[in-house]
Design a protein around this ligand. Structure first.
Ligand SMILES: Cc1cc2nc3c(=O)[nH]c(=O)nc-3n(C[C@H](O)[C@H](O)[C@H](O)COP(=O)(O)OP(=O)(O)OC[C@H]3O[C@@H](n4cnc5c(N)ncnc54)[C@H](O)[C@@H]3O)c2cc1C
Ligand code: SF4
Length: 249
């Protein structure tokens, strides 16, 4: 299939704004690299703004308002080619599983340079994939050996995560009863496990199970916002530059 036949290009322009970098989904999923692609999209956006608003005379009012030049520049750049060639990487593994999907990706990426004529896409939402706790066996993980594996909180410590004291919790629950009344009953409240920073806990109290949010430990990965099976958690920007601070990145 010609690359022009790939029609699911998301809209990256709108009056008064352009989407760039990870907001526009420019990460190369096959390599898990997104710095060079984010930078390139920013450069294309800057060029489009300059050429449309300052130097271009023949651009229509609509073109000026929507900055459609950005889409054209993007489609004609190495960024588009790179993302196009890796478009099937994630969906292939979701569709066929890690083994078969991985084999497809190995062949597609290494022998065909991402040019196999298929376009896979994810048909279901991430939060909708979870199985009921009653349908799966409990996984018993070995204890961290402190050599190769570590407990969550010592890793959070390395991230230098910090939030100002007494600020409003930046992890908003739509309905505060759902974690216990729905998620705990059906899924053994998965937030206890998917959160990499141990922010969410279910505490046994005399009054019954209590959902606890240790928001000060949040490392801003936003997994909870995406993965909560009840779509009840919204991550909002915390106050005062709080969050992780990786000193060696
Ligand atoms: C753990 C990890 C490892 C990675 N390793 C690599 C790697 O080795 N190589 C590579 O190329 N890529 C890597 N990536 C991907 C890469 O970091 C991203 O693709 C890239 O940083 C995206 O750049 P960006 O400018 O689009 O977004 P970001 O770098 O996410 O910048 C967005 C900024 O907006 C700020 N912000 C968000 N909301 C608001 C708001 N409401 N108001 C004000 N500011 C706000 C955020 O604090 C942030 O500073 C990695 C990503 C992760 C998470
Ligand atoms: S954003 Fe990530 S680290 Fe923060 S609470 Fe959600 S899952 Fe945990």
């Amino acid at each position: 299939m010609a690359k022009g036949g790939f029609n699911s290009l998301p809209k990256m322009t709108m009056p008064g704004a352009l989407l760039i970098g990870c907001d526009a989904g420019t990460i190369n999923f096959a390599k898990i690299k997104g710095n060079h692609t984010a930078m390139k999209s920013g450069m294309l956006a800057a060029e489009s703004i300059i050429e449309t608003l300052i130097t271009a005379d023949g651009v229509s009012d609509e073109g000026k308002q929507d900055l459609t030049l950005y889409t054209d520049k993007y489609k004609n750049s190495w960024l588009y080619d790179e993302l196009y060639s890796t478009r099937n990487f994630g969906p292939a593994m979701h569709k066929f599983g890690t083994m078969l999907g991985g084999a497809y990706n190995m062949i597609d990426q290494n022998f065909f340079g991402g040019k196999l004529p298929f376009n896979f896409k994810d048909d279901t939402l991430d939060y909708d994939q979870l199985k009921l706790a009653s349908e799966v066996a409990v996984i018993k993980y070995p204890k961290p050996d402190n050599k190769l594996s570590f407990d969550k909180l010592s890793s959070v410590f390395l991230s230098n995560t910090n939030h100002e004291e007494e600020q409003p919790c930046h992890l908003k629950l739509g309905d505060s009863s759902i974690p216990i009344s729905v998620n705990l009953v059906k899924y053994n409240e998965p937030a206890q496990r998917y959160c990499p920073a141990g922010v969410y806990e279910v505490e046994k109290t005399e009054e019954g199970d209590k959902f606890v949010i240790n928001a000060q430990n949040c490392i801003h990965c936003k997994t909870c916002d995406i993965k909560d099976p009840s779509q009840n958690i919204t991550w909002v920007t915390p106050e005062g530059t709080g969050g992780p601070n990786y000193p060696n990145m």
